[in-house]
Design a protein around this ligand. Structure first.
Ligand code: NAD
Length: 275
């Protein structure tokens, strides 16, 4: 059901479905989207300092009837704030904006060359100080993770990467699994651009569900945590109605075969850190 969780390396339960809030900049729209999601039973919100809506995330959660402790909040340190001391400061700012005592999961947003290892060390410290419940990173390739694994005391427990049927990240996922790192898919719907894929549409018709529901269900059955974004109440609802059906192994393989290593976002290895 909607409250189903994945047990992370340290035993913390992370909801398998959450609401992503990237590009939600309108205050009322953001408050309404999060409120709608929480009312429907979503229990995870994925934000970032970069999204400039941490205040709204905090406010919507405080005003909801769901206890803070029942909601899993993720935020991220932006690229221009990386390095050890900067990350600690950026975290303090995020915590203030959220107006919370702790964050569930704090991520390095992108692996800034020369800084991402120190950034992660700061995240380890926040974990030791119990200001975050789970450590993690985002947009880390295997080679970035390798660098962290040889340098850290607490291995990252989550890696959030672009992952959708055209970029299924099978190798990275296998590596993460081997190291007990949970994988979260960002742009799980390919920013909405793969919803009219012929195969996806045909499967949706076969199962009498929507293309978005097929894709979200595919993620879950592949043991991927998903954070689809929408501000539209009917879509927020639709994206959560994915627990009443199951894709067969044949269908899963069909969607797995759509992989063509096509990104809609940037490749971490060629990301332009222009600040
Ligand atoms: P997404 O794949 O979730 O697609 C969202 C878009 O798809 C919506 O704007 C809407 O146009 C459409 N959509 C959503 N539900 C639909 C439905 N049921 N029917 C039809 N259309 C629908 O893309 P996203 O917003 O890029 O990614 C989701 C979240 O991932 C973000 O909000 C953010 O939290 C996170 N993210 C993280 C990073 C990172 O670097 N870590 C990068 C991008 C996004």
């Amino acid at each position: 059901n909607l409250q189903s969780t994945k047990t992370l390396a340290n035993g913390v339960e992370m909801p398998r479905l959450g609401l992503g809030v990237y590009k939600m900049t309108d205050r009322d729209e953001t408050l309404q989207a999060i409120t709608t999601a929480l009312d429907l039973g979503y229990r995870a919100i994925d934000t970032a300092a970069l999204y400039y809506n941490e205040e709204e995330v905090g406010e919507a959660i405080r005003n909801s009837s769901v206890a803070r402790g029942d909601i899993f909040v993720t935020t991220k340190v932006w690229n221009s704030d990386q390095g050890y001391d900067n990350t600690l400061r950026a975290f303090e700012t995020s915590l203030k904006k959220l107006d919370m005592d702790y964050v569930d999961l704090y991520l390095t947003h992108w692996p800034v060359e020369g800084k991402f290892v120190d950034t992660y060390h700061a995240i380890e410290r926040l974990y030791d100080e119990k200001l975050i419940r789970v450590t993690g990173v985002s947009n880390h390739h295997e080679h970035h993770l390798q660098q962290l694994l040889v340098n850290c005391n607490v291995a990252p427990m989550v890696n959030q990467v672009e992952l959708q049927p055209y970029l299924n990240q099978a190798e990275l996922h296998a590596f993460c699994k081997e190291h007990n790192i949970g994988v979260t898919a960002w742009s799980p719907l390919g920013r909405g651009q793969i919803l009219n894929d012929d195969t996806i549409v045909r499967i949706a018709n076969e199962y009498s569900v929507s293309p978005a529901q097929v894709i979200i269900r595919w993620h879950l059955q592949n043991d991927i945590i998903v954070i689809p974004k929408s501000v539209t109440p009917s879509r927020i609802k639709e994206n959560s109605e994915i627990f009443h059906f199951e894709l067969t192994e044949v269908t899963m393989q069909e969607i797995n075969a759509l992989n063509r290593n096509e990104r809609f976002g940037q490749n971490p290895d060629s990301f332009k850190f222009d600040f």
